[in-house]
Design a protein around this ligand. Sequence first.
Ligand code: MEV
Length: 280
Amino acid sequence: MRSSHRACGKTILLGEHWVVYGTTALAVPIESIETVVDVLPGQTGFHLDVSAVHRATAERVYSTALEGLQIADMAADWAVHVQSSIPVGEGMGSSAAFGCALIQALAKATHQRLSFESLWERVLELETVVHGAPSGLDHTVITHGAPIAFYGPQKYDVLHWPTDCSLLLASSGQPGSTRQAVENVAQWRKDNLDHFEQLQRTMSDVIEVGVDSFQRGELQALGQAMNESHTALQTLGVSLPILDRLVQCALDAGAWGAKLTGAGLGGAVLALVPKPCITQ
Ligand code: MEV
């Protein structure tokens, strides 16, 4: 019998990269994009309908999922269909959504009840296959389907959406690699440790104010924190001229704040906009 599970996308308002080094991050789900995984135990042949991550990566993710759930003997050749509307390499959580949906569909197919902790650990293993050293932020927000302030592995608060919070995502058309971006930042940190630590302290304060503003619904102050975040991400070297141009376009058009979102080196820009600006 077919077992299916869906997971939504996500975007990060504040704290990408810094979160890898223990600073708070603020992320929200994007329910309008999703990945659906169907597991068909009666049928054979690992099969991807639509690329949620690259095929070779998907196969490694699949075998890691089977090991994690201890079902490698049983499920190695099951048919798995993946359909996704989450763009790959755009910072919208395509791999975490794939991981969340896959683990839950496989658990359903094998009648396993997973605690949240165990689901979290299993998906983190898959994210590690794809990204190398993930913080766990992406799959935490996707699993909850609610805004979260993330403080570290399994330490987070689930938040309410502020009234009238309108977000706009603009793709650069250039996919980025989270693994590459995280490695670049690690190298930058190594080469500029004092500067990194000083900037991290500043960003920690900025993010704290931003999270507080999100909770209070003070959107202009949140926008200011997003702008400062983009400048700091530029310093870390993960922005690109196209991302900077998109940020400037959004601000020129009246956005309260705009920044690259996710790992950078491509991907998308997120803008916080006054409600009347939204056209779709
Ligand atoms: C990627 O969506 C966010 C990063 O902070 C990496 C991570 O948190 O694992 C760049």
